[in-house]
Design a protein around this ligand. Structure first.
Ligand SMILES: [Fe+2]
Length: 386
């Protein structure tokens, strides 16, 4: 029990590593303090309460305790949106199941679950990018979930074929351009980024970034490794500068004219478009937006997703929560919290995303993005993509 208690109490290093960050690093958290990262739908998680909860979790084994245990769900999540409060509260109100959650950076949470092993109190991991869900699955962190509801509501290409993780919202990787530097209609595909006529104009973040690994994975799936490598080399030759910063930094650099063409996820652009700051809105409104490959396979999309963990103590509650995430109410909150597209058919995105228009999406199985991850990293390294 002592080991378990120690394992869950966040260490100083982990605390500082996760504070207010998400996968994209540049995604600022509003109004969060260090003491607010552990939360519960029952009461704020003070350290003592949390410790008590763990001791209770560790000792629960039968009778009334086992009964009570069914009414708790422990979630590790890299999401940090204030709107998620409403999501958790709606679940608790609908089911009576209280949610405790721990927020952290994606890879740090995966490592934490791995190191906690069988003692991990976590029932569910919520994270972003199929590449990262794939990593967690490869590390053996998830268990199979059989749910006709999830299979019906989440399209097959947006979930693990064996039920180990499911996508609950989608993001598109888009191209943006400075209208003074690039003519309208001159760039239409990811492949166009490699055209020598864009020499010195292209900006995109580093190759270690999971979004780029997944994008290259989609190019490998479409064209094979040799062609994907030729593409990567040609894009590197077009760089305006060595890769630096996050997606929002690329968008701002395009607006500033430092770059002519940039690549960034849709929600970063939508966030600027809907910002309360006029300067942010000006950045986004001045750029050209391209949903790539509309005449071909469609725009590369990725997911935010979740899976039930192998050592989950509250499996039934965990499955109920994943199923709840496919309800219209939850889809709305889950997707809207980060300006993402719902996965359930027939649900519209936020008005700011809807205003960008409907688009054709690459129907590639997103698990393939994970499967190509190692090849993608090798190609980036050989191509000199820092
Ligand atoms: Fe991100």
């Amino acid at each position: 029990m002592k080991t378990m208690s120690n394992s869950i109490l966040p260490g100083t290093g982990w605390d500082s590593a996760v504070m207010g960050r998400c996968a994209g690093r540049e995604e600022a958290v509003v109004g969060r303090g260090a003491g607010q990262r552990q939360r519960s739908t029952r009461a704020p998680w003070g350290g003592a309460w949390f410790l008590l909860g763990l001791v209770w979790l560790a000792s629960a084994g039968g009778g009334a305790l086992a009964q009570a245990e069914e009414n708790v769900l422990n979630i590790y999540t890299s999401r940090h949106y204030q709107t998620d409060e409403a999501l958790y509260q709606a679940f608790t109100e609908a089911t009576g199941i209280e949610i405790n959650r721990l927020e952290g950076k994606d890879d740090a949470l995966i490592e934490r679950i791995r190191s906690e092993g069988v003692n991990s109190p976590a029932d569910i991991l919520i994270t972003v990018d199929a590449g990262r869900l794939w990593r967690a699955e490869q590390a053996g962190l998830f268990q199979e979930v059989v749910s006709p509801l999830l299979e019906a509501r989440v399209p097959a290409h947006l979930r693990h074929s064996g039920g180990r993780w499911f996508g609950f919202s989608q993001r598109a990787r888009l191209i943006f351009y400075n209208k003074d530097l690039v003519p309208a209609g001159a760039i239409a595909t990811y492949e166009d980024l490699a055209d020598p006529k864009w020499r010195g104009l292209v900006c995109i973040r580093s190759s270690s970034n999971i979004y780029n690994l997944s994008l290259l994975g989609s190019l490998i799936a479409a064209h094979g490794e040799a062609a994907a490598e030729a593409w990567a080399r040609a894009v590197v030759a077009n760089f305006a500068r060595p890769p630096q910063g996050g997606d929002t930094d690329q968008i701002r650099a395009a607006a500033a004219g430092e770059c002519g063409i940039v690549v960034a996820n849709s929600y970063y652009f939508a966030r600027l478009l809907s910002s309360a700051k006029a300067a942010d809105r000006e950045v986004a409104e001045g750029l050209g937006v391209v949903f790539p490959n509309q005449d071909g396979r469609g725009t590369h999309v990725n997911i935010s997703g979740a899976g039930v963990l192998k050592h989950a103590r509250h499996k039934a509650a965990a499955i109920r929560f994943l199923e709840f995430l496919t309800s219209e109410t939850a889809q709305r909150i889950f997707a809207d919290g980060n300006n993402e597209y719902p996965v359930v058919a027939g649900l519209a995105p936020t008005p700011v995303l809807a205003a960008l228009g409907e688009f054709k999406r690459d129907p590639l199985e997103v698990s393939r993005l994970g499967a190509e991850q190692a090849a993608a990293q090798r190609i980036f390294d050989r191509a000199g993509w820092k």
